[in-house]
Structures are given as C-alpha cells and as structure tokens.
Design a binder for this molecule. Structure first.
Ligand code: MCA
Ligand code: AMP
Length: 499
C-alpha cells in the first residue's frame, strides 16, 4: 500500500489507493440505476407514509417523475428548488431531477420570504418542489412563471427522452451558503463532486449494502442529502427516513428496523447522551458526527455510557466531506481525523487556514466569478475559512474560524445577515452578532446592542422584529446591551472582545 498519501488510513486492508478512481461511475444517477438493476426487490427507503420502497420501485418512480418534470417543460441545466420534510416522495423528486440533468437547489424550509426571495433571484429557478403552503404563495408572487408542485408528484407515463446521461463536469446542485463572507451564494457542485463526495465516505466508513441508516437530518443540507441519502443509494444500502429528530424516534427506529448506522450533528448527540436510553446506541455498527465541533468530553461520555466510539468528520457545502476520523484506527475525540480518499489538505503558512483540493471540491459560485476567484488560492487550493492544527501523527484539529460564522445546532448563522436586519430597528444604534458557547446547541446566537438614546430593546422584541426577515434559528437567543462596540482603527468590530 502507498503509505505516503495522508488518506491511506481510510482504505481497507489490501486496497491500493492509487488504483481507486472515485469518478469511475461518472455520476450518481448512473451509479444508482446500475445498483437498482440488480436485486430490484431489495428494500431501500422507508418513511412513515410509504413504508418500505424497493430498488425497483425507486427506478420506476424516479423515471416516471422525470417524465413529469420533462412534460412540464424542464430541460437539462434548469434549476429546480427542493424544500420539504424528509420523505420518499421528496427523494423521488430529487433523484428524478438529477436523472434528467436539472440542477437541484435545496433550500431550508425554515427560510422566510426575504431569504427565499434572494435565492429565487439568484438561482433563477424554473420550478420548485415544496410542501409549505406559505411558500407556494410566496413563490407565486416572486416568480409567477415558475412551475410549483408538491413532493407528491403526479407521475407521468410519458418517459423523458434521455436519463442518466450526465458528464462528471455537468452541474448537479447549487448549495446556498455564505462561504467566508457576504451574501448567500450558490456553490455549484458537479455530478462528479457529488459522486466523489459519496464514494469517499462509502470507502472510509466501510458502508455495505447490508447497512441501514436512521436518517433524522433534513434533506436540504449536505449532511443529510450529500452524505446520508446519496451514500445510501450509492452503496445499495437502505435508510429509514424520519421527519425530525428526537432520541426516542431514533432509538425506536433503530430497534424496529435493525439499523446499523446513525449520522447526526453534535446537538443530537448531546440529547442522546442525556437520554436514559443512551446505551441502546451500542446496537449500531457506526455513529458519525459532524457539521459542528463535537467536544472531546461528549465523545468520552458517549463511549462510557454506550460503548460507542463516535466517528467525527468535517465537511462543507462547497466540498461535501473533507476529513474523517478513521474507521479502523483510533477515533480521537476533539479531532476530525485525516483527509478522506481523494482529498489533499494543507495548512496555509502563517494563518493555518485549512486548504483543500480534490474531486469533491466544487466548481465555483453560481454566476459570481469574483467570489469564486477569492475562494481559491493561486494554486487552485480551496480556502475553507477554518483554522487547523495537525497532531504529530497527522490528526487534524479545527482550532477556530477565519470566517464569521455561528453554528447553532449544526445550522449556520452568518452574523452579517442578522446584523443588517437588526440595524434598521428604531431602538438600535449599533449591533454585533456572535456566538456564545453552549453545551446543547454548540453556540447560541448572541446580540450585542448599543441602544438608541433613551431606549432599552428587549430580546423578544428583537426576535419578533426579525420574523419574516430571517429563519427562527438565526434569531438571537441572548442579548447584551452595551454603551459601545469594540471597534479597531478601521471601524471593524473586534468580536473576540465582546463579552
Ligand atoms: C431548531 N431551532 C433552532 C435550531 N433548530 N434554533 C437554533 N438552532 C437550531 N439549529 C428552533 C426551533 O425553530 C424552535 O423554535 C426551537 O429552536 C426549539 O426547537 P427544538 O424542537 O428543540 O429543535 P429541533 O426541531 O429538535 O431541532 C434541533 C436539531 C435541528 C434537530 C438539532 O436543528 C437539526 O436538524 N439540525 C441539523 C441541521 C443540519 O442538517 N446541518 C447540516 C448542515 P421556537 O421555539 O421559536 O419555535 S450541512 C453542513 O454543515 C456541512 C456540509 C457538514 O459538515 O455537515
Ligand atoms: P456549511 O457552510 O453549512 O457547509 O458548514 C461548513 C462549516 O461547518 C465548516 O466550514 C466548519 O466550520 C463547520 N464544520 C463542519 N464539520 C465540523 C466539525 N466536525 N467540527 C467543526 N466544525 C465543523
């Protein structure tokens, strides 16, 4: 085995990393349909309303749904918004869109009108699959020409003329994220990126067709979609889809369906650790954590309470998965491990920013050449905005962020967006948003406010003010009234001095 590669630790004994081609299957739809042709009666996805659907069902239903989308006039390269509770119907719509060559735009269902309007204006979608009646109204106002359907598509007998014909370089998905600065931008992920992202974790986590995942993450972020769902279908494994998380629902599903895998954000693990049923996690083969830091203390507590050595990994919307603790070797708490198969990683001199390259790294930001240029260094390494440090034996520790970002319950909150919205409040003279460490949520969105003379704004007033402007999870949970904000000579707020 080639041991000089930092990703070598992730390959099973006897595998030769240099001979593995993550893009061998060209695209996920091509790989999925190949799996579905074999053993079509194998159960693949479960949800509470459909029960189990098989590989053959998925092959038929996604082809028929692609026919429906084609019949509605959608063509390769058109953007389609997808935002709904996790369900088999939503998966069928998503897979159908990818099979047809549409560009899927997953959007968090908690977004308010202004947030949705930004994405509609930027991505210029021709269709949307949504389950929220309020969104249907908003979309009709924002883009009257758009085809808006519910995830329960009326399936069409008329087949689309060509399916699964994409090249690895064709765009497949726009993942909206603010990157290191500024307004939300669409990270363009190609079919090759999605395939490499799923294939690398399939190898590293020894994902097998017999595995069964309990998937309680939303399907509009990369964790649930790009890892949980795509990985399940690529492996030919199965998943139980839950609409929302609770320790009881996850453990009940694990027992009822002989589940072997769980993927969650640290907030979910905190709640599991507090449950008196935590020991039931021991029946799973593998528990993976990511999207935000899992503390070494929680890692240890889960091992003590349930004998589970949680495997922490690190990823981003722009890159899908990047770094993971090893399956076979030590899973070290407080670290994210080694670069995944195909990923190259280095730390920038001076700053220690994590820089990455690989087939999983996105093609650029949708229609934003300048932001794309800024995101890569002169040698084509993607700047993650995360700061890292390597243990002597190569485990990566994330030490902080160069970018301004608060992560609450695994969801990203960009301070600038909330600050801009609050700055228009009549009681607020100046405002800064940052995170306060919290055991359950990781960080709590916190506002430092300089009130207008003679006024004392209250937290719940600020929260109501933000209603309609931004999703609930971005609203401040803590408020500090201050006389002034610590600014440097250039007028920038020095957030590390806020207390
Ligand atoms: C819900 N609320 C939140 C959050 N979630 N507030 C702050 N931060 C949150 N993350 C609000 C609700 O709207 C509600 O507000 C109140 O908190 C209490 O809700 P609760 O029932 O306790 O919350 P929940 O519904 O149980 O949700 C918590 C959750 C959820 C299960 C942790 O946030 C979640 O699924 N997070 C995962 C998100 C995810 O998939 N991230 C991956 C991003 P009110 O009381 O006012 O109604 S992808 C990524 O980061 C990269 C690629 C990676 O590496 O994975
Ligand atoms: P997103 O923009 O939603 O894709 O979030 C990506 C960001 O989440 C990364 O740049 C990291 O800052 C953070 N992140 C993801 N996984 C981890 C992890 N295991 N530990 C610490 N931060 C993480």
């Amino acid at each position: 085995m080639t041991t000089s590669r930092a990703d070598a630790v992730h390959f099973p004994a006897g595998a030769e990393p240099d001979e593995v081609d993550l893009l061998d299957d060209i695209s996920l739809p091509a790989a999925w349909t190949k799996r579905w042709a074999v053993e079509p009666s194998k159960p693949t996805l479960w949800d509470a309303s459909c029960g189990w659907v098989t590989r053959g069902d998925l092959a038929r239903r996604t082809a028929a749904a692609a026919g429906r989308l084609y019949g509605a006039g959608l063509r390769k390269g058109d953007r389609i918004i997808l935002s709904a509770a996790a369900s088999v119907d939503l998966v069928v719509a998503h897979v159908a869109a990818l099979r047809l060559g549409l560009i899927v735009v997953p959007v968090n269902g908690a977004y308010q009108r202004a947030e949705l309007a930004h994405i509609v204006g930027d991505a210029d979608p021709r269709a949307a699959v949504v389950d929220n009646p309020e969104w249907v109204r908003w979309l009709a106002e924002l883009a009257p020409e758009m085809t808006v359907v519910s995830p329960r598509l009326d399936l069409d007998d008329a087949a689309a003329p060509s399916l699964d014909q994409m090249d690895s370089r064709d765009p497949a998905l726009l993942g909206y994220t603010s990157g290191t600065t500024g307004v939300p931008k669409g990270a363009v992920l190609t079919h090759g990126n999605l395939l490499a992202g799923a294939e690398s974790v399939r190898i590293a986590w020894r994902w097998e067709p017999e595995d069964r995942l309990v998937l309680a993450l939303p399907l509009f972020h990369m964790h649930g979609l790009g890892v949980g769902l795509h990985g399940t279908l690529l492996t030919g494994a199965s998943a139980v889809l839950l609409n929302g998380f609770s320790p009881e629902a996850v453990l009940d599903a694990a027992n009822a369906h002989d589940v072997t895998l769980f993927f969650g954000v640290p907030t979910m693990y905190t709640r599991l650790a507090q449950s008196d049923r935590v020991a039931e996690l021991s029946r799973l083969r593998l528990c993976v954590a990511g999207s935000a830091p899992l503390s070494a203390d929680l890692h240890r507590r889960l091992e003590e309470a349930a004998g589970v050595r949680v495997l922490e990994r690190y990823g981003m919307t722009e890159t899908i998965m990047l770094v993971s603790n090893p399956y076979d070797a030590e899973r070290r708490g407080g670290t994210v491990g080694f670069p995944l198969p195909g990923v190259e990683l280095r730390l920038a001199p001076e700053t220690d920013e994590v820089l990455v390259r690989g087939p999983n790294v996105f093609a650029g930001y949708w229609r934003r050449p300048e932001a794309t240029e800024e995101a890569f260094d002169e040698d084509g390494w993607f700047r993650t905005g995360d700061l890292g440090e390597l243990d002597e034996d190569g485990y990566l520790r994330l030490r902080g962020r160069a970018k301004e970002l608060v992560i609450s319950g695994g969801l990203n909150v960009y301070p600038r967006e909330v600050e801009d919205a609050l700055r228009t409040h009549p009681d607020i003279d100046d405002v800064a948003i940052a995170g306060t460490p919290d055991e359950e949520w990781g960080e709590l969105v916190t506002a430092w406010v300089v009130p207008t003379t003679g006024r004392t704004p209250k937290l719940d007033e600020l929260r109501s003010y933000l209603e309609g402007e931004c999703a609930d999870f971005k609203h401040p949970r803590l408020l500090h009234l201050v006389d002034e904000l610590p600014r440097n000579a250039l007028g920038k707020v020095q957030k590390h001095l806020l207390e």
